[in-house]
Design a binder for this molecule. Structure first.
Ligand SMILES: CC(C)(COP(=O)(O)OP(=O)(O)OC[C@H]1O[C@@H](n2cnc3c(N)ncnc32)[C@H](O)[C@@H]1OP(=O)(O)O)[C@@H](O)C(=O)NCCC(=O)NCCS
Length: 259
């Protein structure tokens, strides 16, 4: 499926329309968030984060699967050596299965806690958070009249002057790998340049590999790594990236645009 992609900075001040990958009459247009987009944005964010659950499990589970397998083997050897009843072994397997299920539930609950906290804070009233505060903004990607992607920029008292944070980047699962995130990021970077921001920051996790690849392509550099505060989830890292908005960063972006 190929689309025509254009972008506009705000609805009051449309940028020159850009077209990419033309093949039919459908358009993807990147534009400023409007009040009517609220539910679509909340849904797109939720879909993206629900998918994160399986990505997080892929990061967190291997260590526990390995531990369970190795310890089960050890218990089996003990059962054979000391001629214990095989029930001991089956009980151990059952304990491991219960522990892994609890880990799954733990990850599931933690991800939903995060989703719900975002839906209850900045995504509760996007207009108020992103469109009325100076230095904040939200863009959406619209395709055939439907919102299929979003990205936000936040500057508040926790950020130094000239620094803003990229947040809530998400694209509908059905519209991935079509360059929509790139278009959203291009628009955000144009805005940051117009506002003369010095630096963009963002936090993601090592489970979000597509997002990390995207950010690295735009020149974002990894500046800090924090382990998840729960020991059980310590394989999950929070990764902080930043992009200095110097001329060479924009050159890098332009080379992405021309791809
Ligand atoms: C990350 C995300 C926004 C990318 O959206 P997208 O529209 O599919 O991305 P694009 O098509 O614009 O791809 C841009 C680049 O991102 C990277 N990328 C995107 N999806 C990828 C994937 N599944 N695997 C590897 N790299 C990927 C690639 O480098 C790609 O460039 P390329 O096409 O030249 O290889 C999307 O996967 C998403 O919504 N994920 C869930 C929410 C999330 O994790 N958000 C990030 C919060 S920090």
């Amino acid at each position: 499926m190929k689309m025509k992609i254009s972008s506009s900075h705000t609805h009051q001040e449309p940028r020159a329309q850009q077209s990419y990958q033309l093949s039919n009459s459908n358009y993807v247009q990147v534009r400023a968030y409007r009040t009517k987009d609220l539910q679509n944005c909340r849904d797109i964010f939720t879909q993206g984060m629900v998918q994160l659950i399986s990505l997080v499990l892929r990061v967190v589970f291997p260590r526990y699967i390995w531990l369970s397998s190795a310890s089960s083997l050890f218990v089996l050897v003990l059962v054979v050596l000391f001629q214990w009843t095989s029930t001991a072994f089956y009980l151990y397997i059952l304990t491991c299965a219960i522990a892994l299920s609890m880990l799954y539930i733990h990850v599931y609950i933690e991800c939903w806690k995060f989703i719900n906290s975002c839906l209850a804070t900045d995504l509760r009233d996007i207009e108020k958070t992103y469109m009325t505060n100076d230095g904040c903004h939200m863009w959406v990607a619209e395709w055939s009249g439907k919102v299929v992607g979003m990205v936000g920029l936040v500057h508040n008292e926790s950020h130094k002057p000239g620094v803003a944070e990229l947040q809530r980047m998400s694209v509908s699962p059905a519209c991935r790998r079509m360059g929509i995130a790139r278009k959203l990021l291009d628009e955000l970077l144009n805005y940051a340049k117009d506002k003369r921001l010095e630096r963009l920051v963002l936090t993601t996790t090592n489970a979000q590999t597509p997002a990390i690849r995207l950010y690295k392509k735009y020149g974002f550099k990894l500046v800090a790594v924090f382990l998840h505060p729960y020991k059980t989830l310590s394989d999950l890292q929070y990764q902080c990236f930043e992009l200095h908005l110097r001329e060479n960063d924009f050159t890098n972006r332009k080379s992405m645009q021309s791809r």
